[in-house]
Design a protein around this ligand. Structure first.
Ligand code: HEM
Length: 153
């Protein structure tokens, strides 16, 4: 699919808004996931032994930031060359391995997408638009497809 410069700009500016408030927004993100899939609490090393979702937890925040950063990178790559390639610092084989090992399913990927949109809505406030949501969805779907392909369930 094609990804316009405007869509790339929308993703970039909301990524900046996300980065301004990671301590809060990472909690919004994981809360939204656990609301739909409570059992996911046991899947994440930084959640499983906690009562609820830990505040100001560097591992949790880094994980949320990494996911949003990878989706934003996908948007840039879609804009530049029309396809997604995962950056060198983390191999696809490894990503596939981690997600298979944790028992991640297609449904989980859907829940992640909804959580991403909810988090971004909160990040950008009144700058939210349907167009902005669609741009992130496209970038997410392409990235998720690449990860799922390496999982091959
Ligand atoms: C781990 C990315 C979707 C569950 C990871 C890691 C990355 C990542 C980069 C860290 C690997 C490491 O450094 O050890 C992504 C991206 C996704 C995605 C970009 C979507 C496009 C999902 C989904 C689930 C999930 C849908 C479902 C629950 C996990 C779990 C871990 C993990 C449980 C291990 C975290 C830990 O315990 O430290 N993911 N992931 N991921 N991911 Fe995902």
């Amino acid at each position: 699919g094609s990804f316009s410069k405007k869509q790339e700009d929308l993703v970039n500016s909301s990524w900046e808004a996300f980065k301004q408030n990671i301590p809060h927004l990472s909690i919004v993100f994981y809360s939204s996931i656990l609301e739909k899939v409570p059992i996911a609490k046991d899947m994440f090393s930084f959640l499983k032994d906690c009562d609820g979702i830990p505040l100001n937890n560097p591992t949790l925040e880094a994980h949320a930031e990494k996911i949003f950063e990878m989706i934003r990178d996908s948007a840039i790559q879609l804009g530049a060359k029309g396809e997604v390639e995962v950056a060198d610092d983390i191999t696809l084989e490894y990503l596939g391995y981690v997600h298979i090992q944790k028992g991640v399913t297609d449904y989980h990927f859907l829940v992640f997408k909804e959580a991403m949109l909810k988090t971004l809505k909160e990040a950008v406030g009144d700058k939210w638009s349907e167009e902005l949501g669609i741009a992130w969805e496209l970038a997410y779907d392409e990235l998720a497809a690449v990860i799922k392909k390496t999982m091959c369930w």
